[in-house]
Design a protein around this ligand. Structure first.
Ligand SMILES: NC(=O)C1=CN([C@@H]2O[C@H](COP(=O)(O)OP(=O)(O)OC[C@H]3O[C@@H](n4cnc5c(N)ncnc54)[C@H](OP(=O)(O)O)[C@@H]3O)[C@@H](O)[C@H]2O)C=CC1
Ligand SMILES: O=C1OC[C@@H](O)[C@H](O)[C@H]1O
Length: 382
């Protein structure tokens, strides 16, 4: 009963956020594209951050940009074929949020960095590890912050799980199983997720979380892909994928993802499955909902031969509120980094590159091949 009240209270707060007063010199964010994810990932979290103002949006259509701006109370609108570049050229903007389709991440992140903006970049970082490396090296050379938005990492759940594993309570990690299965029908056939040229594929879209969390919880990088299989949505684009990695130190990791979770009994839509199991030398740890834990989650710590305990982690001892989403925690860290303060968690350049490498390893194993490289060539001066 207590957890039901907690759930209702957290959900009510998330959907009825009051806007906190802004500091005197907030960071001004501009959004590239009137993207479906932008409200959850940035606009709503920004309402409770005194150092963030969502100042501008650009969309390929003026009308779409204007409607999005009106709906979300955004001051500045850039529309039309040059809208994205015009937003980047606006000297008022400090930070660019890039939630474009995966295949456009590289081009517009490079352009945003060239314009001197910090970038919050949606996952997966790009279509290839090479593009990912280039973006991070360019950001470093310009002294700018670039973050791949693996929001789950910033929530207390992921950090608490990592702390339990690192404590040695259960002994060393032997294997991981990470899953992200999305309900069938949420994304229609024309969705960017099924467009090869835009970087589509379940492994790119949701598999990137399963690989990221495998690497994080195992504390080890893949050395090879032992087996992999997929179901195609259209040629070269997987709607479901699974793979088993050999990881450094003799560990293994199995990842499972789909955008096509079938209904129960052929009729009842199932809620997304966002679970992970980590098997250790002296027991196992199970996480229910490591991706959107604010709604509800559980961390079950089951020592071999001993009683299991269940933990919850909605806040850190000195940071957060129970209703803070993964995105709100992520924004906290991002702003701290830009401001030169130490963030409570981070996804490093090396981490983002390694994740893309692992995705490409799976696509190589299955024969689908990496998603196409961007045709954008940065100017020589960049
Ligand atoms: N962190 C998270 O939890 C989530 C992250 N994501 C990530 O965010 C990104 C966007 O996902 P989502 O918001 O679902 O995507 P959308 O389908 O909403 O597309 C995002 C934007 O892409 C722009 N766009 C530019 N060129 C094209 C093109 N050729 N075809 C289609 N769209 C184009 C559109 O901008 P315009 O308005 O200018 O037309 C659109 O608004 C992806 O990288 C995805 O992986 C997605 C969901 C959740
Ligand atoms: O990032 C994401 O998280 C949730 C999924 O439903 C979505 O497809 C993906 O883009």
């Amino acid at each position: 009963m207590t957890s039901l009240f907690g759930l209702v209270s957290r959900v009510r707060t998330v959907f009825n956020l009051s806007v906190v007063p802004l500091d005197s010199n907030p960071l001004k964010f501009g959004i590239l594209g009137a993207a479906a994810i932008a409200p959850d990932a940035l606009i709503n979290p920004a309402k409770s951050h005194p150092e963030v103002v969502i100042y501008a949006v650009a969309a390929r259509s003026q009308k779409r940009a204007a409607e999005f701006a009106r709906k979300h109370g955004i001051e500045k609108v850039f529309g039309g074929p040059n809208g994205y570049q015009e937003l980047l050229d606006d000297p008022e903007i400090d930070v660019v949020y890039n939630p474009l389709p995966n295949g456009l991440h590289y081009e517009w992140t490079m352009k945003a960095l060239a314009a001197g903006k910090h970038v919050l970049l949606e996952k997966p970082a790009a279509n290839t590890a090479d593009e990912t490396r280039q973006m991070f090296e360019f950001a470093e050379s310009k002294g700018l912050v670039l973050l791949e938005a693996f929001h789950y990492r910033f929530h207390p759940v992921a950090q608490r799980v990592k702390a339990i594993l690192d404590s040695g309570e259960l002994g060393a990690v032997k294997s991981t199983s990470t899953m992200l299965n999305v309900t069938r029908g949420i994304f229609g056939p024309s969705n960017i997720r099924f467009d090869h040229s835009l970087g589509g594929g379940a492994l790119m879209d949701v598999g990137c979380y399963t690989i990221s969390s495998m690497r994080f919880f195992a504390g080890a990088e893949p050395t090879s892909v032992e087996s992999a299989s997929h179901v195609l949505a259209v040629p070269q684009v997987d709607i479901s994928s699974t793979a088993t990695f050999a990881l450094a130190g003799g560990k293994t990791g199995t990842v499972t993802c789909t955008l096509d979770l079938p209904p129960a009994l052929g009729l009842v839509p199932r809620i997304p499955q966002l679970h992970a199991t980590i098997v250790c030398e002296r027991g196992e740890l199970r996480i229910y909902n490591y991706v959107l834990p604010t709604l509800y989650h559980s961390i079950t710590v089951a020592p071999a031969g001993g009683p299991a305990r269940v933990e919850k982690a909605y806040t850190f001892p000195a940071l957060g509120e129970a209703w803070w989403t993964t995105y709100r925690y992520q924004l906290e860290a991002f702003v701290n980094k830009v401001r030169g303060r130490t963030p409570h968690a981070w996804v490093t350049k090396e981490d983002s590159i390694a994740n893309m490498e692992a995705i490409e390893m799976v696509y190589a194993k299955t024969g689908l091949g990496s998603r196409p490289k961007s045709t954008y060539v940065p100017p020589a001066t960049t």
